[in-house]
Design a protein around this ligand. Structure first.
Ligand code: PMP
Length: 359
């Protein structure tokens, strides 16, 4: 088979090759049923089994089995969670605390403001979000605290999370399943599928049931976590294909040794690239060292006039998707779980090559 690209896309992004192959096969003939995954009822025995296994495997990989959590696969992307979170957790006369670490955190804040008092307890906006605010104070009467574990656009990542007595809510869209954490410190985790889990179209929500049902507000059925839990994540027709492909990715991760195993590889990849960014005088990282992300490395050329040359070189080396987010420019190397170490080696070689050509 033809060598695929070194795919640095920030999301949707690279998934394991076996997930592409197995999910393609399921579209043609699912479980040897002589039917496509796409033409059977979501309430068929075969699909209900997919949903059950996917929900269970999420909790298993996160170490959250039998701890009062439920895993849901919903529609609407992580952006829908920006409003489902306040709908389900902010009391009608309540307030919530938010950490402002980037574009996505900001979008979450914008939605929360429509539900009640929304305190921004820390922000790195003035520094173009190149660091994670530390030593933040969370009011003990807030209904919850919301943070973004990995800032996809700015390349920063929270290495620790505040200890607080209020429910801890985290948008983990771009680093879920990438590193070991004590996931039981969180009361609600959500993530769009389209980075470390599967195709776009499904959103993972992991929620501790005991925090629900306390707001006193009317919650539209489709936005009500309790209704989705009661319906075992089948309140309406779920996005069957993204869920199936997500299950395949979760199975791949389990086979590999789970989050602890992939974390080691992710650290290797990030270290290789950051070492080169720090060493090579032609490049500069944009996030402060202690907060930089192992998933999305953001960097710029120290001499912008080399842009065309560098771009031509990495494209010729089979690298794809290295351009930074349209709102910040520069470069962004997204090194999600399925990106092999060889792809990072290919990029580092191009960076060294550029240095040679310029000396
Ligand atoms: N949060 C983060 C951290 C993201 O990276 C993204 C998308 N890249 C979103 C939220 C929005 O996700 P969606 O497109 O699924 O709504």
């Amino acid at each position: 088979t033809k060598m695929k690209k070194h795919n640095y896309s920030a999301g949707p992004c690279i998934l394991p090759q076996e997930v592409f192959e197995k999910s393609a096969q399921a579209i043609l003939n699912f479980n040897n049923s002589d039917l496509s995954l796409l033409e059977i009822s979501h309430r068929s025995k075969d699909f209900v089994a997919v949903m059950e296994e996917a929900r269970a495997l999420v909790l298993e990989l996160l170490g959250l089995e039998n701890k009062g959590y439920q895993a849901l696969f919903l529609h609407g992307g992580a952006s829908m969670q920006f409003l489902m979170t306040p709908y389900n957790l902010m009391k009608s006369d309540g307030k919530a605390a938010y950490l402002d670490t980037g574009t996505w955190a900001n979008n979450a804040i914008k939605e929360a403001k429509h539900f009640g008092e929304t305190l921004i307890v820390g922000s790195s906006k003035e520094a173009n979000y190149n660091f994670i605010p530390k030593n933040i104070e969370i009011p003990s009467d807030a209904n919850y605290f919301h943070c973004t574990s990995n800032n996809t656009i700015f390349g920063t990542q929270m290495k620790s999370f505040p200890k607080t007595n209020v429910p801890l809510v985290c948008d983990m869209s771009s680093d879920i399943f990438s590193r070991t954490l004590d996931f039981s410190q969180f009361d609600l985790i959500y993530a769009g599928a389209q980075k470390n889990m599967g195709p776009a179209g499904a959103t993972l929500v992991v929620v501790k049931e005991e925090i629900l049902g306390k707001t006193g507000r009317y919650i539209p059925s489709m936005l009500d976590y309790e209704k989705h839990i009661k319906a075992e994540s089948m309140y309406n027709t779920p996005p069957v294909f993204p869920i199936y492909a997500s299950l395949l990715t979760l199975q791949w991760l389990k086979k590999l040794g789970g989050i602890a195993a992939i974390e080691k590889i992710n650290e290797q990849k990030a270290q290789l690239l950051y070492t080169e960014i720090d060493r090579n005088p032609l490049f500069k990282g944009t996030a402060v060292t202690e907060d930089r992300s192992n998933m999305n490395a953001t960097f710029v050329l120290t001499d912008e006039s080399l842009t065309e040359k560098f771009d031509t070189m990495w494209k010729a080396a089979g690298i794809s998707g290295l351009t930074g987010h349209r709102s910040v420019g520069g470069y962004r190397a997204s090194m999600y779980n399925a990106l092999p170490l060889e792809s990072v080696e290919a990029l580092v070689n191009v960076m060294k090559e550029l240095e040679k050509k310029c000396s």
